[in-house]
Design a binder for this molecule. Structure first.
Ligand SMILES: [Fe+2]
Ligand SMILES: [Fe+2]
Length: 202
């Protein structure tokens, strides 16, 4: 799969991951796997919630239904890696990154604006995960793990673009682009404000 366009898109993110992160993550790969497992699980449950909330949007429902299966498949792949290492899934930790993004979502106003923010939040989480998986797929010593993360990177790149496309299906693309810029600026602030941790995907 040729990723040049996707890679260019991910670069829409305004703050590249701190290079130290890969080294930290490499030392704590087991913790990264646990955190990653929950990210995949949350991706699947978020897609289910979106389908329930916007059941009147036919295209959204048919596009997101297979993503639920895909994200759950990702969760199972990560679970398998944990098992291979005799690790337990453990408890879910507070996701500071996602919580900060949720604070930026419009709470009131027009339903279209709330829908747009929900799509763009999903797109950003996918884009940032994709960027981090790219770092891991390029920077880890272990070839098996580099390939492992490369597959996730490719998959999440597709999800990132899908959420933007879904936004543009139901909302004026001009409006999508201008709000996306605001989200990118906000996300850079969030990334700046949270500690660089080696045991977290975000
Ligand atoms: Fe995933
Ligand atoms: Fe995803």
């Amino acid at each position: 799969m040729e990723l040049s366009q996707d890679t260019k898109n991910i670069l829409g993110l305004q703050l590249p991951t701190d290079p130290r992160w890969v080294n930290l993550a490499e030392m704590k790969l087991e913790d990264v796997l646990t955190d990653h497992a929950y990210c995949e699980q949350k991706a699947a449950t978020s897609c289910i919630s979106i389908i329930q909330k916007y059941s009147d949007k036919e295209e959204l429902v048919s596009e997101l239904a297979p993503i639920v299966t895909e994200e759950w498949g990702h969760f199972r792949l990560v679970l398998q890696e944990l098992k291979k290492r005799n690790l337990r899934l453990g408890k879910q930790r507070k996701d500071e990154y996602v919580n900060k993004l949720l604070e930026f979502q419009k709470k009131g106003g027009h339903p279209e604006d709330r829908f747009l923010d929900q799509m763009l939040t999903m797109a950003l989480i996918e884009a940032r995960s994709c960027e981090r998986f790219k770092r891991l797929s390029e920077g880890l010593e272990d070839e098996y793990m580099r390939n492992f993360y490369r597959r996730f990177m490719e998959s999440e790149a597709g999800h990132y673009t899908l959420f933007i496309e879904l936004a543009e299906t139901y909302v004026d693309p001009e409006k999508v682009r201008s709000r996306w810029k605001e989200w990118l600026a906000y996300e850079a602030e969030v990334m700046n404000g949270i500690e660089v941790r080696g045991d977290r995907i975000h």
